[in-house]
Design a protein around this ligand. Sequence first.
Ligand SMILES: Cc1cc2nc3c(=O)[nH]c(=O)nc-3n(C[C@H](O)[C@H](O)[C@H](O)COP(=O)(O)OP(=O)(O)OC[C@H]3O[C@@H](n4cnc5c(N)ncnc54)[C@H](O)[C@@H]3O)c2cc1C
Length: 361
Amino acid sequence: MTTSVTIIGAGLGGLTLARVLHLHGIPATIYEAEPSPMARAQGGLLDIHDYNGQLALEAADLMNEFRGIILEGHQAMRVLDPDGTVLLDKADDGTGGRPEVHRADLRQILLDSLPAGTVRWAHKLSSVRPLEKGRYELTFADGSTAVTSLLVGADGAWSRVRPLLSSATPEYAGKSAVETYLLDADTNHPATAKAVGGGSMISATRGKELFAHREKHATLHTYAVLAKPLDWFAAIDFTDTTAATARIAREFDGWAPELTALITASDTAPLLRPQYTLPIGHRWDRVPGVTLLGDAAHLAPPSGEGANLAMLDGADLGKALAAHPDDVETALTEYEQAMFPRSVEMPLEAVEFFESFHQPR
Ligand SMILES: Cc1cc2nc3c(=O)[nH]c(=O)nc-3n(C[C@H](O)[C@H](O)[C@H](O)COP(=O)(O)OP(=O)(O)OC[C@H]3O[C@@H](n4cnc5c(N)ncnc54)[C@H](O)[C@@H]3O)c2cc1C
């Protein structure tokens, strides 16, 4: 295959695609909006599953590098009743299929596996214009342009490529997370560190969840999730850290103090993260020379599957293009027909799994 593949977005999905293409000798260029790999903190831990994310890493021939960044012991899981009673305490015996890694470390091994210059940083796509015969003209925020005959939108929730294929736009999913961090918690907050344990901890009632992870250096990273409309959050002044913390914590009144401390004792200002979703089952009819992967294709509220699915999409698309080097449309059809159904099934199963921990209150 001599056509160079143009990928918009150097997230986990776009990078995995470029890596698998590279292994098959297919050239690719990634245009990424951010100015550099270090421009933004990459978020917390991801558990990479043996039924999707790890399959992608195998296709990318990066399993050894992946094993080197696994945080041993962090697959432990605890479920607590809001009063602090331990309902489930599952140790990490090293045999689980969902090892935890830092997102930044995972992104770095993918970046390191690509030929120099594959990612063009500081190239924010502003618009795409269809030309004749499945070709597209890309215009970037700095005014530069490029033309491609094979375009992949790996540009996340607010994809600029998606409108070529579908009129769907993300809608508020009815929940928002408020993100907090406790630093050096073994020393500073031992009761909370014990409650969270060595891996992840969930405590939930209907409409309210505390979901915490132990990261490196005994950092506890928490999402306090509330099923409230956007207006409710808009009425809170998140620039006033004390008032915003108190307002969010009030929703968890009566919960065990070692749990509410995840909010009230935060070393960082509470950060609001509204959750958006595309319609479940979002799909499109084949349009020559363009497709989507990851959140651009099937954004869903966080379920622990999104990054895993984005990587599997990237790997599968790369393999399909390698299998049909002279017939891009067959490759894109094969990829999309496998991707559409699994992007519905896996997040739904994951949501059911999480909801099974909700305590009736
Ligand atoms: C709070 C939170 C927690 C989550 N936790 C988990 C978890 O534990 N496990 C899990 O599997 N998933 C999790 N997810 C979901 C996961 O983060 C996403 O599903 C995953 O990152 C999607 O990967 P992607 O490559 O499709 O897109 P992204 O990771 O969003 O990458 C898109 C890239 O495109 C770039 N871009 C965007 N627009 C443009 C443009 N116009 N021009 C050029 N570049 C552009 C962006 O800068 C970015 O680098 C979580 C999500 C959130 C919000």
